[in-house]
Design a protein around this ligand. Structure first.
Ligand code: PNS
Length: 164
């Protein structure tokens, strides 16, 4: 009997990808056969990086990893997950402050599609305070965040905010 491949979607803005995201993806790969990193196309949210830049930085960071796919999506997450035959949506949990909005989103997703489970994974303690927004804030004022993001992201951040 051939085992059916279990695919999970890891959705987000990834503006940009951080080591905290990578930590979650590595944990998800312990459970699922394949993880699709799905970057939300949201015309209403102003991003630092374009969709193409975000996707490219993620591709470079997972170069050669066959069980990690990178894609973009718009519209409802559960519709996208269904098209991809995913069984689960992965979200990272850092602290209690994440809980309320994640809980609300998971329940809405379940209402919209009961077949797709939300799976919450805890980041390693090292990344508990890491977020794309705080990294962008630090780097624009010259802060060194090179150990909080993959190399490909650090290079792009340095291009956006060159140290003078
Ligand atoms: O990294 P983010 O910005 O916290 O990710 C949020 C994301 C992309 C998971 C969420 O905004 C999303 O799923 N948007 C797609 C629209 C959708 O399906 N909304 C209904 C569920 S509340």
């Amino acid at each position: 009997m051939t085992k059916k491949k279990k695919t999970a979607i890891y959705p987000g803005s990834f503006d940009p990808l951080t080591n905290g995201h990578i930590d979650i993806i590595e944990r998800a790969l312990d459970i699922f056969d394949e993880v699709i990193i799905a970057v939300l196309h949201n015309p209403n949210k102003k991003a630092l990086f374009t969709m193409e830049e975000r996707v490219e930085m993620i591709r470079q960071s997972f170069n050669g990893e066959k069980s990690v796919l990178v894609d973009s999506f718009g519209g409802l997450l559960v519709d996208y997950a269904k098209i991809k035959h995913a069984v689960a949506i992965i979200r990272g949990m850092r602290a209690i402050s994440d809980f309320e909005s994640e809980f609300q989103m998971a329940l809405m997703n379940r209402k919209l599609n009961k077949e797709i489970q939300s799976v919450f994974l805890m980041t390693g303690l090292r990344w508990i305070f890491t977020s794309s927004s705080i990294i962008k804030e630090a780097v624009q004022f010259g802060g060194d965040i090179s150990d909080m993001v993959p190399e490909a992201v650090n290079i792009k951040l340095m291009e956006k905010f060159p140290k003078i």
